[in-house]
Structure formats: C-alpha cells, structure tokens
Design a protein around this ligand. Sequence first.
Ligand code: GUN
Ligand code: ZN
Length: 485
Amino acid sequence: MALSFEVLEKDIAGRIGRLSDGKKTIRTPALLPVINPHLPIITPREMQDMGVQALITNAYIISRSSEFRERALSEGLHAMLDFDGLIMTDSGSFQLSVYGDIEISNQQTIEFQQAIGSDIIVPLDIPTHPDTDRENVEKELAITLSRLREANGFADHTHHTLAGPVQGGLFTDLREQAGREISAMGLKFCPLGAVVPLMETYRYKDLVRVVMAAKRGLNPGICVHLFGAGHPSMFALAVAMGCDLFDSAAYALYAKAGRYMTTHGSYHLDELSYLPCACQVCSTHTAETLQKSPDKERLLALHNLHVTLAEINRIRQAIRDGVLWELVDERCRGHPQLLRGYRELLTFGEELKHQDRVSKRRFFYRGTESCFRTEVLRYHDMVTRFDTKKTALITFDQKMHDGYDTVFFFKPPFGPYPPELFESFPIGQSEIPDWDREMVRSGCIGIDRLSKANPEARITVRCRSCWKDIVTSTAPDVEVDVEDL
Ligand code: GUN
Ligand code: ZN
C-alpha cells in the first residue's frame, strides 16, 4: 500500500510523525539500517528485536546476485530477509555514482523493486557530486526529474510508494526548484540525495544550506529522508531542519574499521581504555576484552546500532519536550564543523521561526548561539504588540517604580516584558546564567523593537552603567537612566 505521513508533534522544523501503509506503521524520526543481503552483520530479525521498524537494502545488488535475485522474486523481499517491517530499496544510483555506469534502466529497476515487493521504491536518480559545476548539475537534475516523471507515470502506486530524490548539487536554487517540482508530482516521500560526500568531508555548513533549500521547495507534508546519513552526532541538526528518516550503513562500516560510535564522535577501539556506554555489549565487555574478541566487528556493529537508535529516541523525546535546540547545541559542540553547521542553521531563523511551536517546556541559555534561536526571534516580534502608553520604564532591576504609565521588566536574551507575563513562555521557562554582553545586546533588540513600535512614547531604560553602551548602541531611541548600587 502507498504510505501516508502524518505529523504529530513539532519543534523547530523537526517533527514526530507517523508513516503508515495501513498495516505497518513506523514512528519518525526513524533510522533505516542498511542491510547487505550477502552478509548482514546483524540480521534483520535481530534488528527488529532491537526496535528497528524499517530498513533499506540495495535492489541493484540483489538483481545482480545469482543467489538472491531468484529468491527475492519468488519469496518476496520480506520473506527472504525475514523482516516484516517496512522495506525500502535503493535503485543502484549509488553504484552509478561510484562506478560511473551500471547495466540497468530506470524502468527495469522500478519493475524489479516492485516485483520483489519493496514498500518504498527509488528511481534511477543521478547523485550529482557536490563539486560539479552548474551546467552539469542542471543537466543531471533534468535527467533525474525526467526519470522521476517517467517512474511516476507507470509505478504501481497502490502497492508501493515511489520516492522522489531531490538532487541539485550545491546550488540552493536548483535544490529548491527540484523540491517544488517533486512536490507538484504529488510524491509523499522524498530523499535528499548526494549529501554523502558532504558528510564524509564534514561539510556541515554546505549540508545545512542544501537541506534548507530543498525543504523550502518541498511541501511540508512530505516525509523527508536524508540519504546516507548515519552518524548519530548529526541527527539532531538534521531533524531540526525537518528530516524525518535516516539510513545508515555507518554502524557496520565503522565496525569494520574498528570504530566505536558515540553521539559526539567516534573512537578507534584501540584508543579506548574505558567504554562510555551501558548497552548489552559494553556492559559485558571491557575495552580490552572487546579489542581481543574474535567477534569484535559484530559486537562493535551492535554497539554502534544501539547508540544510533538511542539517539533517535532521545531526539523524539526532545521534540516532545520542545528542547530540540538544546540537543542540537549540545551535539554540535562535538566537532567544529558541526558547530559551523549549527551556526549556519541559526542564520535561517527568520524562516524557522514560523515553523517552530509557540510554547515549550524550557529554554536553557547555552551561550551566544542561544541569542539567535527561534524563541528569541519570535519574542522580538511579540514585543511589538506591547502597549507602552505615553511613558514607559524598562527596568533591569525587576522592581516596580512610580512615575510612569507602564513598567516593563527585562530578561535577556528576550527583552522587555510586562510583569504579569513573568510566568508565561519564554520568560518563565527560561534559565539563564549571569548576564553577559551578548545576551543583553539581544534583549536590547527587544527594547528597540518596542520603541520602534511605539514611536510616540517616551521610553526610559533604567540599568547599571556597565550596560549603558549596549543599550544606547542597540536601542538608540530610548533614554537611559543609570542607577549603580
Ligand atoms: N544513497 C546515498 N545517496 C544517494 C542518492 O543521492 N541517490 C540514491 N538513489 N541513493 C543514495
Ligand atoms: Zn555500547
């Protein structure tokens, strides 16, 4: 059956959703582990027992294998893999991008994926390398879109869901346009393609630009899959942009290379004296016994998959609680390139603030980056609706004062607030450390917005002398009344 996607809860542009074909339902964000049919290091049945609801495998490899081709056609993919969750198949495009040429047509791969009973099928898109020039990106994108139109014309939409990969290289206008065209085709499931080379080289800033552009073009009701994203340290960032699914071969590839994953990066097992995890593998081994185990690769893969799945659950909980920014902030400090990606995402605040939810459980100030969060931008918009009357005092000491028509208190990084709003979001739910210049400057943007929205009013800011220069430079229309104790 074709899939339907329903968004249940939101935070930033991230969402908890339900992807269902009527019989099988998965909760998103979700991870689809990549299964190599030849030698699954962890079997699909074991994965199902670990909570995996969907997986992805490669239809091209199956179609080229004398052993698996006939079995997949006669038994069906679900029986062959012994997995009754959702199965997505990739077309061979990835092989195309690595080996240059493959012996299968768009129509053949779609027909084969349907014949083996795949739930989500992928046409033969062209994963254009990010460093390709514009002319060639345009050419390849045109081919991808025409193959997608072709597949959309003859695919069996009753029994399968056709995925619409979004390509376009590093050109954000092409990514956006591709997203728009694919939305117009009526597709409900879109992987964002050719981002693996960006992630392999830690180009998270480019990744953010490309994903944000594609998302801008895509209809918000579409389920979005980030193709080939498998390291848990970047899931929170990707979910914050509105990615719903990941597929990972990383748990197995890292294990093969002797690498031990954590949410803030990975270690070579030889570097570890202690195991910072309490999964089944790590609680029954020491770093030393794991290094020496003849089963090391499989045990590492089990640990890596465990860490990856746990991170997905942590993200779901963060969305539910409205604390996804806190998690993004935490994860993106694991690597300077992730921090670049996070800072790039914050430059999209004006777009993101419209998608973010109105109220959250809490706001923790975690440094300058927090000043650019959607909650702060939304608050600065809300300030323009406060009425100052003729004379207003904004006091940094949070005490009532006589002689003004209205009195506002001040909480950085947000800005002025009427005292009666002290318990409402975000004023009442925000925790900040001792004031620093960046947060006060951000709060003064709120003061400036208030004064610009009430041009007739006389507004006085009462603060200590140390803040005066920030107030006057950020909110030039207000008077400052310095009060040092
Ligand atoms: N796997 C990783 N990236 C891609 C992509 O861009 N297209 C397809 N079909 N598979 C992928
Ligand atoms: Zn572990």
